[in-house]
Design a protein. Structure first.
Length: 331
């Protein structure tokens, strides 16, 4: 008899076959729910909703020290990968030429635990010599997994809207960046990206962000994973086979996604979609989106865990094998 389990994921093409029911995990009667982050992450980590959930890697590793409070274990599936230097912005009049110039400045971030921002801060520190302790940080929301952050970081809450509470009605980071109240901002959302493209008050941190991201990849070999997939521990304890079944379903969904992306009949508004895939393949290689713990993925995860520790999200650097359920380590 099939297990009845709920699944919450985003709406990326890598998971669409799971949402439509085109792909189903063996032995599981899946109820899929598409939910946009950060709401999905908040529902999972704070309220314990969903049996299986696409989660922010930063919140997941932060939760590992409190296993009883957050009884979930991940499998090595990464539905969302993205270079994030193109989501790093500066006020046009702030006099900033490079990330190092942010020392002594005010920089906005969605939360300290936003995976994209952990990557950007870590890259800025390691590759652009930015001292993170010399920046005044403003975050719009609390982290999904509470962490006592080191006092060496100057982290403040974005002010509230006029007459509003900063917790429930924070100021809009776009307005603060464009007005100069913030000198720079890190934001993985598409809304600020579009606004910067259309407005002269703010600019990308890097003149050619795609070239900067390609150069970063050529230097490091890192294609940053943003999300992984976690499963309730009680399910894995009772039915450990679920981990591999769910992994296989995500892998099948990914393969169908890739095949559609190169199809001439692909349902997308990107005119040269298949040629974009060709360019990606030439730059990133064959296994750009591969699941499992391949050598390149291990390097990416070790780098991220190091950044998370440097930024105070975790007390120690976890081994890659500690992050995932035991039956999935060799997939």
């Amino acid at each position: 008899m099939a297990l009845d389990l709920s699944l919450s994921v985003g709406d990326m093409d890598t998971v669409q076959p799971l949402l439509t029911g085109e792909v189903e995990p063996e032995g599981i009667d899946l109820t899929p729910i598409s939910e946009y982050p950060p709401k999905r992450h908040r529902r999972f980590f704070r309220h314990g909703e969903f049996d299986i959930c696409e989660v922010c890697i930063a919140s997941y590793v932060s939760s590992m020290a409190e296993g009883e409070e957050f009884p979930y274990t991940a499998i090595p599936v990464f539905p969302n990968r993205k270079f994030r230097l193109a989501f790093f912005y500066k006020n046009a009049d702030a006099g900033i030429e490079e990330p190092k110039d942010l020392e002594g400045k005010q920089v906005g971030t969605q939360s300290w635990q936003t995976t994209a921002d952990v990557w950007v801060r870590g890259i800025a520190q390691e590759h652009y010599d930015l001292d993170l302790t010399e920046v005044q940080w403003f975050r719009r929301r609390e982290d999904d997994v509470p962490v006592d952050l080191p006092e060496k970081f100057d982290i403040q809450r974005v002010p509230g809207k006029q007459g509003g509470d900063a917790i429930y009605e924070p100021r809009d980071m776009q307005d603060m960046l464009f007005s100069g109240e913030l000198d720079a901002a890190m934001d993985p959302s598409g809304s600020l990206f579009r606004a910067v493209c259309r407005n002269d008050d703010a600019e990308f941190m890097f003149e050619d962000p795609q070239a900067e991201e390609i150069a970063f990849f050529e230097k490091t070999g890192l294609h940053p994973p943003m999300h992984t997939v976690a499963i309730r521990d009680e399910i894995l304890e009772d039915d450990p086979w679920v981990a591999v079944s769910v992994y296989d379903a995500f892998a099948e969904a990914l393969e169908r996604c890739i095949q559609r992306n190169v199809s001439p009949s692909s349902h997308t508004s990107l005119t040269w979609n298949h040629l974009h895939y060709k360019e990606q393949h030439e730059i990133l290689g064959e296994d750009a989106w591969a699941y499992g713990l391949r050598p390149k993925t291990r390097k990416e995860l070790r780098t991220f865990v190091g950044y998370a520790r440097d930024q105070g999200l975790i007390d120690r650097e976890y081994d890659v094998e500690e992050l995932f359920f035991e039956t999935t380590l060799d997939l």
